[in-house]
Design a protein around this ligand. Structure first.
Ligand code: ADP
Ligand code: MG
Length: 465
């Protein structure tokens, strides 16, 4: 009984201190953890001997209590670590932010109906009030993927950084859409959101992502698992981190096929061999481990895996950035052939506008989380309307044209935690007007199938008045 009550006392103290410390954080955490650490520093046995000597002739009960009163710090630290890890889970962050309404999570039972939540989103309310200008664009066919005003926030210590702000982008079947912009403008964040591979502290805070009309953000974990690779595949920049280093290439390809298709291992293996030869790798390499392949071959393997289930959309986030230009060229040529043969759509993320000009049907330009220009590839590259796009295009040398001095874009990207009022690009813009400091520009038609978010292209009402 003595031992039981003493152990219970330890647990209660450890639980109270650990959970309070982890939950409240900040100053509370600092004070409680300082006390805990001080307690940990005292050697328990000498302390016990001193206390026992001080208290005089004590019985086993008092010794047990003293023992327990001094042995809670380890438990408190464990409880604090557990509390912190739960606090950082996406559903808790979202729950805290939306007081009960939870973002789109891989956890059944915790999120509200997407429609209810979207209906209450500020954007939906603004649109109902007719504040936001209607979007128009070139309509080719029903989009395969439709991002409707998607916002993604990172909840960090200093506040909320909006890495994607109401991004609206459609990708049609068999279309290649490029997404360009300087580092940190939100390209990868959007790619992760589209495939719902984003992790805390990233949250999709508003908008809708539809794949063939189905709401990706409302998919259950099972639906999501079935959709990944089979409908939407991903190729990310670093193939070495995408591949498992302790499993052979063949097994990794087979795993993807067997997880989605009712075939035998032998059938999956021979399909894997076919896939490897499709991307220009010898079939015998099925038994190789990732470290036995060159960077280019590893990227090809990832492309082969992405093609394994014949998805209709492949999201490629800087797939060739880590490769030299010769290997990049080979891979891009192979990709073009595969695309021609299988007709999948691609969201191609890169900062290489010249490469995009070759492979993309349309190009979108992002700046500080906003899509600032979108249009046919040739149109965007030859007739850029947004000053930022003009700066980007002007930073690339022309191989065939006359030799000219290149002008970079002056200044540095804005801090997402401290965005200015109005246009995010105003401080770096060589052509800003008064309205840029007051009104944030929206993506509006700037030509046939060409849109730009700039007051110079479409003056806001107040500037026209
Ligand atoms: P890009 O792919 O265009 O280089 P990212 O989508 O990776 O840019 O990042 C967009 C912005 O989001 C960056 O400015 C970065 O500061 C922020 N960001 C990215 N990942 C995190 C993260 N894990 N925590 C906090 N902020 C992040
Ligand atoms: Mg990126």
């Amino acid at each position: 009984m003595v031992a039981f009550s003493a152990a219970a006392l330890t647990s209660v103290i450890a639980l109270a201190i650990g959970v309070s410390s982890g939950y409240f954080g900040g100053r509370t955490d600092e004070i409680l953890m300082t006390v805990t650490n001080i307690m940990l520093v005292f050697p328990q046995l000498p302390l016990l001997i001193i206390l026992a000597a001080f208290l005089g002739n004590v019985g086993p009960f008092v010794i047990a209590v003293i023992l327990r009163l001094t042995s809670w710090p380890w438990g408190a630290r464990v409880m604090r670590a557990q509390t912190l890890s739960i606090r950082r889970k996406e559903f808790v962050i979202a729950g805290g932010r939306r007081s009960g309404a939870v973002e789109h999570l891989d956890r059944p039972g915790v999120e509200p109906a997407a429609e209810d939540w979207l209906a209450s989103a500020p954007l939906a309310q603004a649109e109902r009030r007719g504040r936001r200008p209607p979007r128009r664009g070139c309509i080719m066919s029903a989009p395969l993927l439709s991002c409707r005003d998607v916002s993604v926030d990172y909840i960090v210590g200093g506040g909320t950084a909006r890495a994607c702000n109401r991004v609206a982008l459609d990708i049609h079947p068999a279309e290649t859409v490029g997404l360009a912009g300087e580092s940190g403008c939100g390209k990868s964040t959007l790619a992760f959101a589209i495939t719902r591979m984003h992790n805390a502290p990233a949250l999709i805070s508003e908008g809708q992502i539809l794949y063939e009309g189905r709401d990706v953000l409302a998919m259950t974990p099972a639906e999501l698992r079935a959709s990944r690779w089979a409908e939407t595949a991903m190729v990310f920049q670093s193939a070495i981190s995408a591949l498992n280093p302790v499993i052979t290439i063949g097994e990794q390809i087979c795993d993807v096929i067997l997880a989605h298709r009712p075939v035998t291992r032998d059938e999956a293996w021979s399909r894997g061999e076919e896939l490897l030869s499709m991307v220009g790798i010898a079939r015998a390499r099925m038994s190789a481990y990732p470290h036995q392949l060159s960077g280019g071959m590893r990227q090809r393997v990832v492309i082969a895996i992405s093609l394994a289930l014949r998805p209709r959309l492949i999201v490629m986030d800087e797939p060739t950035t880590a490769l030299d230009v010769v290997v990049e060229r080979e891979i891009m040529d192979e990709l073009a052939q595969l695309k021609w043969k299988y007709g999948f759509a691609i969201l191609f993320i890169s900062h290489d506008l010249a490469l995009m000009g070759e492979i993309c049907d349309r190009i979108g330009i992002m700046y500080a989380g906003n899509l600032v220009e979108l249009g046919a590839a040739a149109e965007v590259l030859e007739n850029p309307r947004h000053p930022y796009t003009q700066g980007l295009v002007g930073s690339f040398p022309s191989i065939h044209g006359p030799r000219t001095r290149l002008h970079g874009i002056p200044g540095s990207p804005v801090n997402l935690l401290d965005l200015p009022q109005g246009c995010n690009f105003q401080d770096r813009c060589p052509a800003r007007i008064a309205a840029c400091a007051r009104v944030a520009p929206h993506l509006l038609p700037a030509g046939l199938g060409h849109e730009a978010a700039c007051h110079l292209v479409t003056p806001p009402q107040e500037a026209r008045a």
